[in-house]
Design a protein around this ligand. Structure first.
Ligand code: ADP
Length: 256
């Protein structure tokens, strides 16, 4: 009896130990898998512009007698892809630093309404080029403590998406409302919208609804992942509502 009891005890102890060790390892394994996925996605995303740059440079070298005018198409393609890469690397650095908690917010007293207005002004030209009407409604001054540069980045990302994914002649409306303890910002567009299948993934890193289209628009699939990080680090919330072929509305709430 002692022998059976002892063996059973040993089995239970080993099983419990295995279970507990596994439970402790799951988060480490998951974060390792996430990290590996991030590195693999990043390499894949960087390889595409690099291949395009390589191809155009090889074509340029094939005709050393060509004038700049004759080569201008290849040169502008190289420039476009280099810009894309630089945007990607910038985004990757931000996310890598935020993952390892190396990225701190630079908090100071700011006027949120002014940041919104400045971001809208900055994007006005881009909207005009596409004949898009960009409205901005701010009901009152919104003093708060926040990282001004990150809030600019957040607004420009959301506004850039609204303009990018809205066909010519559309409308983008920005509304900013101040409440007692929070500020609410809505950015609504009359654009292509997002399908219900794609909507839950828009905050995922490298997720792009329509790869071909967003590549053409210069998208990296990192914009909303970074936007979410900025909002959450400020203690706020961001969500999207969208209807295909009708438009998208982004809701941002930040505590004051
Ligand atoms: P991207 O650089 O591709 O724009 P984001 O992370 O900013 O990456 O957005 C992820 C995806 O979400 C986009 O590729 C696009 O499919 C979709 N999306 C984001 N904002 C909008 C919008 N206002 N209208 C339609 N689709 C959008």
């Amino acid at each position: 009896i002692l022998l059976i009891g002892g063996s059973l005890g040993l089995i239970v102890a080993v099983a419990a130990g295995y279970y507990l060790a596994n439970r402790a390892l799951i988060p480490i394994r998951l974060s390792l898998e996430k990290q590996q996925q991030f590195v693999s996605d990043a390499s894949h995303e960087l390889r595409t512009p690099l291949s395009v740059i390589q191809a155009h440079t090889e074509l340029l070298l094939r005709h050393p007698d060509h004038t700049i005018e004759q080569d201008s198409k290849h040169i502008s393609n190289v420039l476009q892809e280099a810009r894309r890469m630089s945007k990607l690397v910038g985004g990757l650095l931000t996310l890598a630093r935020s993952d390892s908690n190396q990225l701190e917010l630079e908090l100071k007293p700011v006027q949120f309404d002014r940041i919104v207005q400045e971001s809208v002004n900055k994007m006005q030209m881009l909207a005009e080029v596409k004949d898009i009407i960009l409205h901005c409604g701010i009901d009152s001054p919104v003093p708060m403590v926040a990282d001004e540069e990150r809030l600019h980045q957040l607004l420009v990302t959301v506004l850039d998406n609204a303009i990018k994914y809205t066909p010519e002649g559309g409308v983008v409306r920005v509304v900013c409302r101040k409440y007692t303890h929070s500020v609410h910002l809505e950015v609504e567009d009359t654009g292509i919208g997002i399908s219900p299948d794609n909507l839950p993934h828009v905050f995922d890193r490298f997720y792009r609804g329509d790869k071909a289209r967003t590549r053409q628009e210069g998208g990296t699939g990192l914009g909303l992942a970074i936007a979410k990080w900025i909002v959450e680090r400020h203690g706020g919330k961001i969500r999207l509502e969208s209807k295909l072929s009708t438009g998208t509305r982004v809701y941002i709430t930040l505590p004051l």
